[in-house]
Design a protein around this ligand. Sequence first.
Ligand code: ZN
Length: 185
Amino acid sequence: MAVEKVADGVVVSIAYVLKVDGQEVERADSSDPIEYLHGAANIVPGLESALNGRKVGDKLSVNVPPDQGYGPYDKEEVERVDRRDIPGAETLKKGMVVEMEDDEGYIYEATVVDISKDAITLDFNPPLAGKTLNFDVEVVALREADEEEMAHGHVHGLGMDEDEDDWDEEDEDWDEDEEADERLN
Ligand code: ZN
């Protein structure tokens, strides 16, 4: 059955331009749209709720405040880290984004905001935290998500196998569960 409108469990293709403070920061053209699973928090909440109930061809402009976007800017998320605790510290430059792993193995992205003789100052806020996001969006296509996509909570693109989209911990956990199930059967 053809999907009429955007709802939970629908894979939505959108073209969009994201502007922040009048500057374009991201774009996906209608010839190369992005797909996301609606209702699975794949995109910022303010954009997801604005797209709810929309149909193919709908175009909308959405202003998303920080609390519906990447959250408020939190000064507590800026940390000075001893240079010796950062592998490759000598190669870092201000403005670079680095990946840091905590004791539990979680990966966090951080922006280098200051470099001194002994320490590197890292900002763990998402780059667009505290910003109002201006989206111009067009709904390009809609389809039903398959069972595996629903279980994973994200879209599996054409020709993309599961190994390639194992990009987060949750996904790996799911795949491990599936492998365990297969062994039992
Ligand atoms: Zn997956």
